[in-house]
Write a protein that binds this ligand. Structure first.
Ligand code: HSE
Length: 443
């Protein structure tokens, strides 16, 4: 039985889960994989804290060098967070020919190209199953289970915090601030939940999935990202009337050698299985040309679910260390097409739109809006106008301001933006219009 020594850097929630699994499930892992995995050293900046899974003194490292300089350690597990520190750490570890396991989606989405190319150069592997959707084995499924497929589309709910908030807004009519506060009180949202609610966390994850699906590195700054911070419960209710549920979707589609990668609040039909994914759960739909539609569901965060993914990488890399790493490096990078991916520009998106105008309830408004839509070849699929008064026009009590919602058929983003700009500039509406994209493909 071969033994593989691993070193862990970062001893937070996930790190504790990894240690617990490696220690308590040693036998199971050995029986299932034929490898004995030994957690040799763990480094964290401060050992003077209470840990969920306390370690014996012999496993504690008090400097990074204890791990980096240990020639018996062949895999370094990075569970720190942020970008700059882990980037330096991983670069150092790779140069010392240590294989890497990381859960760091920000690092891989923003500096993946540098890290993967360095790893190829030094002949080491990088495992990153835990970087997307926690315990759901989506990376390995794309790479292995779905290898026979051209991925047409991959989309899903990749952030538990925002899904918890939107579920609460939808089910219990809460507003954004109240739902966020509750998520924080329950420990679901970070003390600083900015990257979750502004969509960045989901964007990091879909950038990784897009790279893997379409085989190239991408420029993260070109991914279109919109968060949920401005969602008004009124739109959740109006969407419901149209048969839609609001989710923060992360979407990647491949077409004509390009990838369209975007994250934004999205209406999906009630019949779409993703609409039933509530609370902190994650789910990913993958459409492949051979397999058709597949769905992956599970916990996207948390100590043991995320650790389950980290350990799967440790086992996988350990097995290939024992077999001889050989050509596996290149094949396990995300860059299997050996190229940089071109991303579709936002203005070139085609999708359906829910647009809420705020209009005075007077004769001819709908006709004027429809005229501009026709000018830009935007076909209207449904209209809702409510008598519900949002406010009164210029303090008058006779001119009511009401919501006017238009659901479009598939239209060009460029045309939709131009039409809205024209409608607003002509003074047909009062106040800013709300645009929510709809993922409801028309056959
Ligand atoms: N903060 C993330 C979420 C989990 O809310 O889903 C870690 O990626």
């Amino acid at each position: 039985m071969e033994r593989i020594n691993v070193g862990l850097v970062g001893y937070g929630v996930v790190g504790n889960g990894v240690a617990q699994i490696l220690e308590e499930k040693k036998d199971l892992l050995r029986k299932k994989s034929g490898v004995e995995i030994n957690l040799k050293k763990v480094y964290t900046r401060n050992w003077n804290k209470n840990f969920q899974y306390p370690l014996s003194e012999d496993k504690k490292a008090y400097s990074l060098e204890e791990i980096l300089n240990d020639e018996d350690i062949s895999i370094v597990i990075e569970l720190t967070g942020g970008i700059d520190f882990p980037y330096k750490l991983l670069s150092e570890a790779i140069k010392r020919k240590k294989h890497i396991v990381t859960a760091n989606k920000a690092l891989l989405a923003e500096k993946g190209k540098e890290i993967f190319l360095l790893a190829e150069k030094y002949g080491v592997r990088i495992g990153f199953e835990a970087s997307v959707a926690g315990g759901i084995p989506i990376i390995r499924s794309l790479r292995e289970g779905l290898v026979a497929n051209e991925i047409q589309k991959i989309y899903g709910i990749l952030n538990g915090t925002t899904n918890y908030i939107l579920t609460n807004m939808y089910k219990y009519g809460k507003d954004f601030k109240t739902a966020l506060k509750e998520a924080q009180e329950l420990g679901y949202a970070e003390a600083d939940p900015t990257l979750d609610i502004n969509g960045t966390d989901a964007a990091h994850k879909i950038a990784i999935l897009a790279s893997l699906s379409y085989g190239g590195f991408l420029d993260f700054n070109q991914v279109y990202v919109e968060g949920i911070q401005n969602i008004d419960p009124l739109d959740i209710d109006l969407g419901k009337e149209l048969g839609y549920i609001l989710k923060l979707l992360a979407i990647a589609k491949g077409h004509n050698g390009e990838a369209e990668v975007r994250v934004h609040p999205t209406f999906i039909p009630e019949e779409n299985p993703l609409s039933k994914v509530d609370g902190v759960f994650n789910a990913v739909m993958v459409e492949g040309d051979s397999v058709g539609e597949t769905m992956f569901y599970g916990k996207g965060a948390g100590s043991l679910p995320t650790a389950s993914a980290v350990v799967s990488d440790i086992v996988d890399i350990s097995k290939s260390v024992i077999r001889g790493i050989g050509n596996e490096i290149e094949l396990t990078s995300m860059n299997w097409e050996h190229k940089d991916l071109s991303l579709t520009r936002v203005s070139d998106f085609f999708t359906r739109y829910y647009i809420r105008f705020t209009v005075p309830d007077i004769t001819g408004i709908l006709a004027k809006v429809a005229e501009v839509f026709a000018k830009y070849s935007i076909s209207i699929a449904a209209v809702i106008q409510k008598e519900k008064v949002l406010s009164y026009y210029k303090n008058s009590t006779s001119e009511k301001i009401v919501p006017l919602v238009i659901l479009t058929h598939t239209a060009s983003e460029n045309n939709v933006q131009k039409a809205i700009e024209e409608i607003e500039s002509k003074g047909i509406t009062v106040g800013k219009s709300v645009i929510i994209r709809v993922e409801d493909e028309e056959k």
